[in-house]
Design a protein around this ligand. Structure first.
Ligand SMILES: Cc1ncc(COP(=O)(O)O)c(C=O)c1O
Length: 354
């Protein structure tokens, strides 16, 4: 049966990407060897890494603007500490919009003074704080563009001269932004890019080299930049699949094209949540994420029926995170509009049965 994969991550990837990736595991582009049994220094893999790095900058509109793209390991969680290790000299600001921001704050506190410039914790992170004051003496301001667990997303980024660092793990490549406003962007691959195991880091070169501490090589962005993201053996499969997904996105028309589809998917589900009394949305309307729609069922008595109907229709991965409860429909780039249609039809059918 066809499955509709709403998993929050690792999650759905384009079918054609999966097909090509599975072929490359057996044999890469007719070379008589598998992608995962050749040297990362081979001509073939070096070309893959170069392409992945340049596609990332191209899609983000950052080519020739002083940025470098890296594919590192350790997940976005490693970036919580690497960002601070490399950029935090004295004081940094963090906007606390959920679990992942909190984890980033915890790591950064090991390296300097952390000012929590704004937080939505008192309301269980159901909205994005706005209009907060940003001290001018910060080394950087850290933001989480999309809060995967709570289903909120920053729509307008703060205007400030302080360098911006952003965790874009769950909405990278999903919407158009002026990415040149950010000095450091990082994202675990396992949402809009590829399998778990690689983390995209996009760093503006002139922000590096400003902290006084010594940085171990593996944690030093400048080392990874100087070695063209090949300081040590990179996660070859994850980089290859990420490259294929970025190529897929480019062929589709880039971020502008996918953004339009993502908005259609989001408006389909959010209008159902708004109109259907059986469901209530978790996130504040103006901050609702186009990637992760979080909602609850208003009548607990209908939960079992809803779960059964979803299961029968092949809907997978819509259980909410344990800290929010309810449901979460993740609608990453590769999720077809049709899958959201199937879910919305079940939601409206449930209303009739309820
Ligand atoms: C916004 C955000 N940041 C960070 C992480 C942690 O990523 P990783 O598991 O790659 O360390 C996640 C994981 O879901 C996430 O959604």
């Amino acid at each position: 049966m066809k499955k509709h994969n709403f998993s929050a991550g690792p999650c759905i990837l384009p079918k054609e990407v999966m097909q090509k990736a599975s072929e490359a595991v057996v044999e890469l582009d007719g070379i008589g060897l598998s992608l995962i049994e050749i040297s990362h220094r081979s001509r073939e893999f070096v070309a893959i890494m170069e392409k992945a790095r340049s596609l990332a900058l191209e899609l983000l509109g950052l080519e020739g603007k002083g940025y470098q793209a890296l594919f590192l390991q350790g997940g976005a969680s490693m970036q919580f500490l690497m960002a601070a290790y490399n950029l935090l000299d004295k004081k940094a600001g963090y906007v606390n919009t959920g679990t992942w921001s909190q984890k980033a704050i915890k790591e950064a506190k090991l390296f300097g003074d952390i000012v929590e410039v704004a937080s939505s914790q008192a309301e269980n992170f159901n909205h994005i704080p706005k209009g907060y004051h940003i001290p001018s003496d910060l080394d950087y301001l850290h933001l989480t563009s999309n809060n995967t667990i709570f289903g909120t997303q920053i729509k307008e980024f703060p205007k400030t001269d302080v360098p911006l660092v952003c965790d874009m793990s769950s909405d990278i490549f999903s919407r158009q932004l002026d990415f040149s406003k950010f000095d450091l962007i990082y994202a675990g691959a396992q949402k809009n890019m590829g399998p778990a195991g690689a983390t995209l880091v996009v760093v503006k070169e002139d922000i590096l080299g400003k902290v006084s501490r010594k940085i171990p090589s593996m944690l030093d962005y400048a080392v990874h930049v100087s070695k063209e993201s090949m300081f040590n053996t990179p996660p070859v499969f994850a980089v290859y699949v990420s490259m294929l997904t970025m190529q897929w996105l480019k062929d589709l028309g880039g971020i502008a094209a996918i953004e339009e589809i993502n908005e259609r998917k989001a408006s389909l589900i959010y209008s159902e949540i708004e109109l259907n009394p059986v469901f209530s949305g978790f996130a504040a309307k103006e901050d609702r994420s186009t990637m992760n729609a979080t909602f609850n069922i208003t009548d607990d008595g209908l939960k079992e029926l809803f779960d059964t109907m979803c299961k029968e229709a092949g809907i997978s991965g819509i259980n909410g995170h344990r800290s929010v409860g309810g449901y979460r429909a993740s609608m990453y780039n590769a999720l077809p509009l049709e899958s959201v249609g199937v879910l919305v039809d079940i939601m409206s059918e449930l209303e009739k049965k309820g």
